[in-house]
Design a protein around this ligand. Structure first.
Ligand SMILES: [Mg+2]
Length: 172
C-alpha cells in the first residue's frame, strides 16, 4: 500500500519537467495539479514562466489538463487564460477525474504523466489510475486550510519511507 505513495520521479519544480524528456518516455498528456504546483496556493494567475511552460508543452504536442480539488472559481480564473482544459472539485485521490481527463486528451494510460505537490492526492491518485507520477516540491511552505491535515499525514509517510530507505531525494 505504501508503495502507492511513491512517485516515479521527484523534482524541484515543474520547470524541471521538460517536454523532450517526457516525449522520450512516451508521454503525450500531462495531468497537473494547480495549488503549490503551478503557482502558490494564494496566487491568482499564472506567472510568465508558467505561461511559457504551457507553451513549450503545446509546441511538443503534449496536452495538459489541470485537475484540482479546489473550487470552480479558483481553477477557472487560473486556467481559462492558459486556454487549457481543467477539472475543479476533482476529489483527488479518487480516480474519476484522472481517468476522464486522460480520456478527454485522448491519450493511453501509459502516455500520461501526473504532476503534483502532494502525496495523498496527486501521487496516490495518479498511481491508483496507473499513470506515471512526478512529485514537485510545494512552491510555498504554507497551504490552504484543507491541505494542512493532509500534510501532517504526508510528513509521517515521508519520514517512514525515508527510514526504510525508499526515498533518496533531498529534504528541503
Ligand atoms: Mg497542490
Amino acid at each position: 500500500m505504501l508503495k502507492k505513495f511513491l512517485p516515479n520521479e521527484h523534482v524541484k519544480s515543474i520547470f524541471d519537467v521538460h517536454p523532450v524528456v517526457l516525449r522520450k518516455k512516451g508521454i503525450k498528456g500531462i495531468i497537473t495539479d494547480l495549488d503549490n504546483t503551478l503557482v502558490a496556493w494564494d496566487v491568482r494567475d499564472a506567472t510568465p514562466e508558467v505561461i511559457q511552460w504551457f507553451k513549450q508543452m503545446k509546441e511538443h504536442d503534449i496536452k495538459v489538463t489541470i485537475i484540482s480539488n479546489n473550487k470552480q472559481e479558483r481553477v477557472k480564473i487560473f486556467s481559462e487564460p492558459l486556454d487549457t482544459p481543467f477539472v475543479f472539485s476533482a476529489r483527488k485521490p479518487l480516480s474519476h477525474a484522472f481517468k476522464s481527463a486522460a480520456r478527454e486528451m485522448n491519450v493511453k494510460k501509459e502516455e500520461v504523466a501526473v504532476i503534483g505537490d502532494q502525496l495523498l492526492t496527486d501521487v496516490l491518485g495518479g498511481n491508483f489510475a496507473g499513470f506515471y507520477t512526478i512529485l514537485v516540491v510545494p512552491i510555498v511552505k504554507t497551504d490552504g486550510k484543507l491541505t494542512r491535515i493532509n500534510r501532517k499525514i504526508e510528513r509521517r509517510i515521508l519520514s517512514y519511507m525515508r527510514k526504510k530507505g525508499k526515498i533518496t531525494w533531498e529534504e528541503e
